[in-house]
Write a protein of this length. Structure first.
Ligand code: HDE
Length: 702
């Protein structure tokens, strides 16, 4: 007999049953709240479950019985719920939608997705950060993955890009080293989701080809405000192939309809604390509200001869082709209009691969792309457990398919017939290869000089485009970039690594190098590393800026209005109406989540509690407070921070008279971006952009 502690006397059998029932009954009552016809809960084998709350045991305090197949099945399945996360791009958010072609590329390609104007091709698009694990935050300084799976009538096309048009390295051979260097350090397992540490910058300081990418990652591009406001790039040159077999090089660009917008660095850091899921929530809420994010797809097309005249190699993924050199041609739009039904089944299990191309699109010889063609399938075999992952609904093509691949782990299909090989003569409907419909590889001649671990000489210029990028930025963006380098290198403990990076900057721009050296308090400028080829002064490309390209609109933006007991309801209602009319989403913030008792005696519910809803989550803020509540909140650090941060993050503020005490407590000297909430139009005009003119007042622009 099992011993029972004195305080736990065994209950008589009937009493124990009643106890279990009452527990079930309680859970049942809670479940009653969800209306509807509930199906009977079953095991995976379809056996109805009599009780989903209590383990099978021989007596009320007896051990669990091994016989309890319901418990064992439930726990075993749970134990196996996790699969390996992606080695890079582990944290992501995705949505369903469509791609609609607006301009045919029939002169250049046979791919139906790029020739049938007006056709809507279903897509699934996943955005990701690169370095952090699946449970890391949404807003670190990091590249964003921008991967689109087009379910075309000729098979899946995966355009697996990033929000930056270039990459760190020129050859796939270096990728594992790059990723090891940027991920958390192996002996200490930190930092998570951050490049600001020794191993990353050590690698970078020894990798001159990464300098162009370094300019991009230190720019505001890597701290986006919203995934709906990022660009996307296919990065590599691909080829389009037309019916005559002629090929044209192509680069793919996604441009967000809402314009590009980033945060400022202090805001990005505060967002990390405020909401780990800031970007995921933003995308979810926009889609739920029917405010569907949209991007325009454009192409840059160029011939082999034109490529030969560029002052860089178009097969080198550390180089971009300036829009001023090869203009962008818009060809279609992508709209994301449906959140996945299930995160794991879709967002986690989706498997993108740059090798998935329909006939009419082909690869180029970019050595980085060539390595990627191998890597994605290989990693997915491990991550998704075997060769049948294409049968998972999110990965399966939506066009007819027929092949002789059989068996393997988790085979979900039930192939019919005797024939699973080719050539064969026994079955009339067994699949056959087709020259006419099949994928066409562009015939290329490459005389070559023989086998070897070779890098072309045309890949040797590592600094000219880095210089072009830096010099194309506005003065504020240059200052942000310099500050980002100072921030990152200040987290690097090894002096020679800091110096090594500054040495490279000398080849990009001496003033930038000096700024960073000053920011790090280096006693003198370190030497620049030797140059393989001279740095060219390429013409600046204004299209590379982002500050000028934020759209002056409240569409897609969110404004927080702070209220408290005694607030004037009419002012709040008028402001809200005007903001919503201008396209903004409005959220009410109050000291208590139940809301505020307004001056007119009505209760205004809040969307967020002040302490848990910092101003960093909004694009602009307003407050309507009575003088008494203003004075009271001026003594609350969280209220003072609300305004001080909004001001420091260059946001428009609509502050009523009652709020003045809080502004004073925060040391805020109102400027043109601080208006009265009664002036709704003035506030809307100010909220459509950031208050860039304020920036020199709130931080030192090194
Ligand atoms: Fe990736 N990359 N990558 N990458 N990549 C992966 O594939 C790899 C590169 C990109 O939302 C992995 O299924 C190599 C460039 C995105 O699921 C892996 C090289 C670009 C995603 C892999 C690169 C990308 C990945 C990890 C250098 C922009 C996430 C899990 C040769 C053009 C896709 C997986 C998603 C994911 C390998 C470089 C974009 C390990 C070897 C350049 C957006 O296979």
């Amino acid at each position: 007999m099992p011993r029972t502690p004195a305080t736990k006397q065994p209950l008589p059998a009937r009493q124990a049953a009643a106890h279990a029932d009452s527990y079930r009954g309680h859970a049942g009552e809670l479940q009653q709240q969800a209306a509807g016809q509930h199906p009977v809960l079953t095991t995976q084998q379809g056996i109805a479950v009599p009780d989903n709350q209590n383990t099978l045991r021989p007596s009320p305090h007896g051990p669990a019985l091994l016989e309890d197949f319901i418990l064992r099945e439930k726990i075993t399945h749970f134990d196996h719920e996790r699969i390996p996360e992606r080695v890079v791009h582990a944290r992501g958010s995705a949505a369903h939608g469509f791609f609609e072609l607006t301009h045919s590329l029939a002169d250049y390609t046979t791919a139906r997705v790029l020739t049938e104007v007006g056709t809507r091709t279903p897509v699934f698009t996943r955005f990701s950060t690169v370095a952090g694990g699946a449970g890391s935050v949404d807003t670190p300084r990091d590249v964003r993955g921008f991967a689109v799976k087009f379910y075309t009538p000729e098979g899946n096309w995966d355009l697996v890009g990033n929000n930056i048009p270039v990459f760190f390295i020129q050859d796939a051979m270096k990728f594992p080293d790059l990723v090891h260097a940027v991920k958390m350090e192996p002996d200490r397992a930190f930092p998570q989701a951050a490049s600001a540490h020794d191993t990353f910058w050590d690698f970078i300081s020894l990798m001159p080809e990464s300098m162009h990418m370094v300019m991009w990652i230190m720019s505001d591009r890597t701290i986006p405000r919203s995934l709906r406001m990022i660009e996307g790039f296919g990065v590599h040159s691909f080829r389009l192939v037309n019916a005559a077999g002629e090929s044209t090089f192509v680069k793919f660009h996604w441009r967000p309809k809402l314009g590009i917008q980033s945060t400022v660095w202090d805001e990005a850091m505060k967002l990390q604390a405020a909401d780990n899921d800031f970007h995921r929530r933003d995308l979810f809420e926009a889609i739920e509200a029917g405010d569907y994010p949209e991007w325009e797809l454009s192409v840059q097309l160029f011939t082999e001869e034109e490529a030969g005249s560029f002052p860089f190699d178009h097969l080198d993924a550390t180089k971009l082709i300036p829009e001023e050199l090869v203009p962008l041609r818009p060809i279609g739009r992508m709209v994301l209009n449906r959140w996945p039904d299930n995160f794991f089944a879709e967002t986690e299990q989706v498997a993108f691969c740059p090798a998935n191309l329909p006939p009419g699109i082909d690869f180029s010889n970019d050595p980085l792309l060539q390595g990627r063609l191998f890597s994605y399938l290989d990693t997915q075999l491990l991550r998704l457990g075997g060769p049948n992952f294409v049968q998972i609904p999110i990965n399966a093509p939506k066009c007819p398919f027929a092949h002789n691949q059989r068996d393997g782990h988790m085979q979900m299909l039930v192939p019919q017939g005797r024939v699973n090989y080719e050539p064969s003569s026994l079955q009339a409907d067994s699949p056959r290869a087709s020259q006419a419909a099949g994928f066409r590889h562009v015939a290329q001649t490459d005389e070559g000089s023989g086998k070897g671990r070779i890098r072309p000489e045309s890949f040797a210029d590592h600094y000219s485009q880095a210089r072009m990028f830096y010099r194309s930025q506005s003065p504020l963006e240059q200052a942000h970039l310099a500050s980002a380098l100072v921030f990152e290198l200040s987290k690097v403990q090894t002096l020679h690594v800091r110096e090594g990076v500054v040495g490279h900057l000398l080849h990009i721009d001496t003033e930038l190098a000096q700024r960073v050296a000053d920011g790090l308090a280096l006693p003198q400028l370190p030497p620049a590393p030797p140059l393989a080829v001279p740095v060219q002064d390429l013409p600046p490309s204004p299209a590379l800026r982002i500050i000028d390209r934020m759209k002056p609109t409240l569409q897609g933006r969110c404004v927080g209005i702070l209220v408290a007991d005694g607030s004037n309801g009419t002012t709040v209602a008028n402001l809200r109406k005007a903001l919503e009319k201008a396209g903004a989403q409005v959220k009410i913030v109050a000291p208590k989540v139940g809301g505020a008792l307004l001056k007119d005696g009505t209760q205004l519910p809040a969307d967020g509690q002040l302490a848990g809803t910092p101003s960093a989550v909004f694009d602009a803020v307003a407050s309507v407070l009575s003088p008494e509540m203003g004075a009271q909140l001026a003594r609350e650090a969280v209220a003072v921070d609300w305004f001080r941060d909004a001001f420091g993050h260059l946001k428009a503020i609509a502050a009523c008279k009652g709020t003045q005490a809080i502004l004073q407590a925060g040391g805020i000297e109102p400027d043109a971006g601080v208006v009265d909430p009664a002036d709704a139009q003035g506030f809307i005009a100010a909220a459509q952009t950031r208050q860039w003119a304020r920036e020199p007042q709130v931080r030192t622009l090194a």
